[in-house]
Write a protein that binds this ligand. Sequence first.
Ligand code: G3P
Ligand code: MG
Length: 247
Amino acid sequence: KSPKKDIINAKVMGHRGAALLAPENTLASIRAAAATGVTWVEIDVYLIGEDGLIIFHDDELSRCTNGVGVTRQALPEYVAGLDAGGYFSAEFASEKVPTLVEALECIQSLGLGLNLEIKHDESDVENIVPPVLAALDAHWKDNDKLLISSFNHGALLLCHQLDKTRHLGQLYGPIPEDWQTQLEAIQAYSLNCDYRALTQEKAQAIKGAGYQLLCYTANDMALVAQHWEWGMDTIITDDPTRFAPLL
Ligand code: G3P
Ligand code: MG
């Protein structure tokens, strides 16, 4: 099988923006990532209320904001008023939870590529995938600077069904036996796995099948020294400065 065209072409990608340098998944975090010289960022998109799309990781609001409650049930007006940076440090107390559109505009204005991770329950993919694709259609210009990823295979299947042009990344913790069947079903661009789950054998099989190979989340070069030899293409990190020689 011929390898996928490498649209990412970068060894290092910022995680949740650059989660160790600024509050994760905020515009400040995206700007902090850009300032390190990294050319791609990963962020998480989450559906709230009926049709709100926000950049957020957790199922609960409390860790990363001054709000409380279940993220999925939060009203967009409530989330818009929250402080999403004060918990990180006083300097970031004015940071907000970005909407998807605000993040797309910020990322493009910085000239970065985007790995947009769709967070959601298997039961709810039909509520999040169409509005995410609609927002991308309306607000994202360069399809070769966009990877859509998810742990949720159903979400990626629906993405693929609705739009065959998007680059898709199947996320895994441990890599399941049937990874190849799943990647073929969505004509995946990449397999994105926990760096601790990768073995030399798995890496060779994934690269041999023609896929790009991304790993998350390592914050020390020594942790993934072998992974490059095995064929890993890109590491997702909370602090790209720790991979400065590879930027
Ligand atoms: O996309 C890589 C990584 O972000 C997946 O895990 O929990 O940090 O979203 P998580
Ligand atoms: Mg993520």
